[in-house]
Design a protein around this ligand. Structure first.
Ligand SMILES: Nc1nc2c([nH]c(=O)n2[C@@H]2O[C@H](COP(=O)(O)OP(=O)(O)OP(=O)(O)O)[C@@H](O)[C@H]2O)c(=O)[nH]1
Length: 328
């Protein structure tokens, strides 16, 4: 193996690689996003607390913004990423960073009014922070918020940022600058809290019918990642084996009975969800008693592995699809 293997030169935002979170893809903007940006940002309530969003905001402003992000990325000055919601591929916000000469970076973000209050900014911020610290080796991040924007301060607090004095901050929509609180987070502070997050053990099943289709379940409304399609299964309780947990979960969720010897270990997912690390063994199951029925309000669908790529799935599950495609 040579060092040029694709997995060795893991994707970064500098290469235009998208970052996945539970509900979002953080990806480079393209010019096809301009109408959506203009529709969302031509709104005084969106513009009034941000440094760089003029008011009113037109599609030409959006094209200029998108071009600027591409140039900044290519020059290694920073990047601006669209927050694309996984379930409907709608752009619901943006997050970005700008490198400082001393190797630290400034962060900024906004979320569309329709998506306020749902934790998207915190989710995106945690993911980008992890990328900047763990993959790009940045030592310190900082951000400024408008003094009248408590929601944005809360987001920074949830991501571990601490107060760091005040600075003048320009506000494009008002054509002036305001004294704004600064917040900062160092890589060492982040590593200490990130290392303390729990490891979650979840057992899951690929139930395969005689036609080679796999049963997928949609996460019910109200749960984290609602609407995404996943493999039936659930958390392994203290003192349980993954096999016993899966047999219990399949009975509770689908009303089917599975013998332990019918669980064939197939693959596993290991994925960093920022607030926990998921370790999920996936078992192939071809024999069970009863017909699967949705007992917990989930949707159910039998899907050919070749079509699974079209379904919105938790990011942890994506590598499992490729394995199923080869194996089933
Ligand atoms: N069952 C299952 N869970 C998955 C998959 N992929 C994935 O990321 N997960 C995550 O693993 C965890 C599974 O736990 P769970 O199903 O017991 O828990 P839950 O969030 O539904 O909540 P609950 O505690 O109310 O049952 C969730 O955080 C879920 O998002 C998958 O394919 N199947």
């Amino acid at each position: 193996m040579t060092e040029e293997a694709g997995c060795w030169s893991a994707g970064t935002v500098w290469a235009g690689t998208a970052l996945a979170t539970a509900r979002l893809r953080l990806r480079p903007f393209t010019h096809t996003d301009a109408p959506r940006l203009a529709a969302v940002l031509d709104d005084w309530d969106m513009a009034k607390y941000t440094a760089n969003i003029p008011h009113p905001y037109h599609e030409t402003d959006a094209h200029a913004f998108i071009l600027l992000q591409e140039q900044r990325r290519q020059l290694g000055q920073g990047a601006g990423l669209a927050l694309e919601r996984t379930t409907d591929k709608q752009v619901i916000g943006a997050i970005g960073f700008t490198m400082d000469p001393d190797g630290s970076a400034e962060l900024g973000y906004w979320v569309a009014r329709e998506a306020w209050g749902q934790g998207y900014a915190t989710e995106a911020l945690r993911r980008l922070i992890r990328h900047l610290f763990a993959d790009l080796g940045i030592a310190r991040l900082w951000a400024m918020v408008h003094p009248d924007n408590p929601a944005s301060k809360t987001v920074l607090g949830k991501a571990g940022f601490l107060p760091d004095g005040h600075s003048q901050c320009a506000v494009a929509s008002r054509g002036c600058s305001v004294v704004s609180p600064r917040f900062a987070l160092t890589a060492d502070q982040w590593k200490a809290t990130h290392a303390a997050r729990p490891m979650l053990l979840v057992a899951a099943a690929a139930l395969i019918d005689t036609d080679g289709r796999v049963l997928m379940a949609s996460r019910p409304p109200g749960k984290m990642m609602a609407g995404l399609w996943e493999f039936p299964g659930g958390k392994v309780h203290d003192g349980e084996t993954p096999e016993a947990a899966l047999i219990r979960e399949l009975h509770e969720e689908l009303g089917i009975d599975v013998g332990e010897s019918c669980l064939a270990p197939l693959a596993f997912a290991s994925y960093d969800y920022d607030t926990f690390h998921l370790l999920m063994p996936l078992y192939a199951v071809r024999t069970w008693k009863g017909s699967p029925i949705a007992k917990e309000g989930q949707g159910l669908k039998w899907v050919r592995p070749a079509r699974m790529g079209e379904m919105p799935m938790p990011p942890a599950d994506i590598p499992l699809v490729a394995i199923l495609r080869e194996w089933v």
